[in-house]
Design a protein around this ligand. Structure first.
Ligand code: ADQ
Length: 467
């Protein structure tokens, strides 16, 4: 593609395009795909215009196209690329390593070679698609080598990178056999953004230790250039969600859901991708014990667990699914009755309207990851609760816990502590609930996704001007 196609506006580079195929290859339909990244960036591109570069999710070789309001430039990935770069190095090496080894990272040299090759392909496609002086925003851990590769090809570009997942502490990061190369890849950017200050500090320490750079506060000196490193906690389109949750049809749907559940006194809700970092098993154990001990009694209390299908070709995820479904079956076997499940388990995706209705139905929202970059579900729950009711039980190992201090904060490894927090959340007075919810809503509405993007892009502009 000729340079200049992007028209000089924002270019987002991410592993996946924000759309997925509907139907077969010949019914040229696309719809916006679910997930944290798309939820966060769709409104930004809607406002600013621009181009999104990423893998289409199919093995077709596609030309640039437009769909669902996005200008899209596909990057093709073969089955071998997918197995080695995506399922291998991204999801079975980096993902568990960066989430504090909650899963066991696998180090395969062949996967690393594929990671380098695919990052180079993304960089080549981007270098060809960008107008002179364009701003490029690279997303996430799958593309950590793109900043340096892109800078070599196109020194005129402004390059930002944002990590949606945590950046681990020094000792954990240091296990990575390619730790120096990854840091050098990132150092090609003008601005590196992380979810939390601790993540940014972890990166700075790793850069000093493994790439021998000098850092001054949040600034890194690289080859006569200054690169900035900072925390930019991601958020959601709180107003849009609040509006959706206020429509009559969503309110009606929430009432219907409650009736379908048998009008329980307490509805507990979990919404997660089916991922071992999300602490679903720990949460189920806490809930199961509360039932065993008679603190919660179905049908007065029920748990709805939405577990979105995720990475189904990776073995660890297949094992986790079997385990979660085993535990759900056991709890229902012990505590359910005909027509009255103790856990309603839903393994599929839902439209935004249904998610909003579920949030409105939940008296206690359980967000209990063992480690999570941010966790948008926690913020979505708060944004939907215009009625100032409901309680959020939130793991302190999420980025969201830095902001939502009025949640019932828990250590998810501490089952007794989690049970106590659930008990308190289920029994708090309406006045206390409203006080906590009001404070959390203020935070989510002030620091929304538009604020996140504007702050990151503003900082990128400033660093790049000073270079
Ligand atoms: P994820 O790990 O995917 O994101 P999260 O932040 O919770 O986690 O985002 C999930 C998104 O998917 C939410 O918007 C949620 O509403 C949606 N979703 C979940 N289940 C769904 C279902 N069954 N049907 C429809 N929608 C569903 C990664 C990081 C996070 C970080 C985000 C954004 O792991 O820590 O917050 O990126 O940076």
């Amino acid at each position: 593609m000729a340079p200049g196609t992007s028209g000089g506006s924002l270019v987002v580079v991410a592993n996946r395009l924000p759309v997925e195929r509907v139907g077969g290859r010949h019914e040229a339909g696309w719809r916006t795909s679910p997930g944290g990244l798309v939820t966060a960036l769709a409104p930004v591109l809607e406002r600013n215009g621009g181009t999104w570069i990423g893998w289409s999710g199919t093995d077709e070789r596609l030309q640039p196209f437009s769909a669902e309001g996005f200008n899209l430039v596909p990057v093709s990935l073969s089955h071998a690329d997918l197995a080695d770069y995506y399922e291998g190095f991204s999801n079975a090496t980096l993902w568990p390593l960066y989430h504090d080894v909650t899963g066991r990272p696998v180090f395969e040299r062949r996967w690393w070679d594929a990671y380098v090759r695919v990052n180079q392909r993304f960089a080549d496609v981007t270098a060809a698609a960008c107008a002179g002086g364009a701003t490029v925003w690279v997303q996430d851990y799958q593309l950590q080598l793109v900043p340096a590769m892109l800078r070599r090809a196109r020194p005129d570009l402004r390059i930002g990178w944002f990590n949606h997942i945590p950046f681990p502490g020094y000792e954990i990061y240091s296990r990575l056999p390619w730790r120096r190369q990854v840091i050098e890849g990132l150092l090609g950017a003008d601005l590196l953004g992380f979810q939390r200050r601790d993540d940014a500090a972890n990166f700075l320490r790793a850069a000093r230790g493994h790439a021998a750079v000098v850092t001054r506060g949040s600034v890194v000196e690289v080859g006569g250039r200054q690169l900035r490193v900072g925390a930019f906690p991601i958020s959601i389109d709180a107003r849009a969600l609040d509006e959706l949750a206020s429509t009559q049809s969503t309110l009606d749907r929430a009432r219907q859901l409650r009736a379908d559940l048998g009008h329980p006194r307490v509805v507990l809700l979990g919404v997660d991708r089916l991922d071992y970092t999300k602490g679903i098993l720990h949460r189920l154990r806490a809930y199961g014990e509360l039932l065993d001990e008679g603190d919660l009694k179905p049908p007065e209390a029920v748990l709805v667990q939405v577990a979105t299908p995720s990475r189904e070709r990776v073995e660890e995820y297949q094992r986790l699914r079997d385990e979660v479904e085993g535990v759900v079956g056991r709890i229902n076997g012990d505590h359910g009755r005909v027509g009255q499940a103790a856990v309603h388990y839903l393994h599929r995706s839902f439209p935004r309207e249904e998610m909003a209705a579920l949030y409105l139905t939940a008296d206690v929202m359980l967000v209990t990851p063992l480690r999570d970059g941010m966790n948008l579900v926690a913020k979505e729950y708060v944004a939907c609760r215009h009625d100032e009711r409901g309680a959020l039980v939130l793991s302190e190992f999420t980025g969201a816990a830095d902001e939502l201090r009025q949640a019932f904060l828990i250590n998810p490894w501490d089952i007794d502590g989690t049970k106590e927090a659930i008990r308190r959340a289920a029994h708090q007075s309406p006045a206390a609930a409203a006080r906590r919810m009001r404070a959390m809503r203020r935070r989510v509405f002030e620091d929304d996704v538009h604020h996140w993007a504007a702050t990151f892009l503003g900082a990128l502009e400033m660093v790049a001007e000073g270079r």
